[in-house]
Design a protein around this ligand. Structure first.
Ligand SMILES: [Zn+2]
Length: 57
């Protein structure tokens, strides 16, 4: 492929990927995206626990 421009999946900005698998313009965006995903997982776990404890009562 001659086109080596990618769009960062976190900030949606164009960037020049140095690796085919790069999805983020900077490590900052990568970290931010991972943190967000982690928060979503934690939120869903909290929700599951809430439902579980509610069914016990
Ligand atoms: Zn970015």
């Amino acid at each position: 492929m001659s086109e080596d421009k990618n769009i960062c999946i976190d900030c949606k900005r164009d960037f020049r990927a140095t690796r085919d698998w790069q999805r983020f313009c900077t490590p900052v965006c990568r970290l931010r995206s991972h943190r967000r995903k982690q928060r979503e997982i934690e939120a869903s776990v909290v929700e599951q626990n809430r439902v579980a404890s509610a069914s016990v009562l």
